[in-house]
Design a protein around this ligand. Structure first.
Ligand SMILES: Cc1cc2nc3c(=O)[nH]c(=O)nc-3n(C[C@H](O)[C@H](O)[C@H](O)COP(=O)(O)O)c2cc1C
Length: 169
């Protein structure tokens, strides 16, 4: 089983992180969500890594501000019961400390409703932030990456997480 890495990005950070994961994970595929017309196309992969930034600060819905927002509406009505899903969130833990990587939770909840098997949760240790909707039962529901303030931590975060999730599929 191989991962398909799918990203949407407004200013390039998430795209860059998706490319780095593609380098780290053997036999992975890389796709830009903007070129995917129908949510159902995502079910063609057995295992997805979904990379999502947060732009709509404090919003109840459409938190990403990217093309993920449209797909999140469709995901719960699509059958993902044969799909493994891991999530990577891009955010800024200093300027948006009360809303750090909030969009991850929307994606997580949508895929849960669609029957997917979610993997790749991350302990909050080592992150400095006030609040995040993406903390579920004490852990982040995916891997938060902060290129605005902590880019020096990114390589280790990516490589440790990539090793963990590849051992789970
Ligand atoms: C206007 C604005 C709003 C933002 N809102 C949030 C936010 O609510 N939570 C967060 O963690 N990051 C927030 N960010 C930071 C971005 O998510 C971060 O820079 C991310 O790396 C951008 O990814 P992209 O370049 O792939 O679009 C915001 C940035 C800007 C400029």
């Amino acid at each position: 089983m191989n991962f398909t890495i799918i990203y949407a990005s407004a200013t390039g950070h998430t795209e860059n992180i998706a490319e780095r994961l593609h380098q780290l994970i053997p036999r992975s595929e890389l796709k830009d969500l903007d070129y995917i017309d129908h949510t159902k196309e995502l079910t063609e992969s057995d295992a997805l890594i979904c990379c999502i930034p947060t732009w709509n600060t404090g919003a109840d819905e459409q938190r990403s501000g990217t093309s993920w927002d449209q797909h999140i509406d469709n995901i719960p009505a699509t059958d993902f019961s044969n799909t493994i899903v891991a999530i990577v969130g891009l955010g800024d833990s200093a300027a948006f400390s009360k809303y750090f990587c909030d969009a991850m939770e929307e994606l997580y909840t949508a895929f849960k409703k669609a029957g997917a098997r979610l993997i790749g949760e991350v302990a909050t240790d080592g992150y400095i932030f006030d609040a995040s909707k993406s903390v579920i039962d004490g852990n982040f529901c995916g891997l938060p990456i902060d290129e605005d303030n902590e880019s020096e931590k990114t390589e280790e975060r990516l490589s440790q997480w990539a090793a963990r999730i590849t051992s789970q599929i």
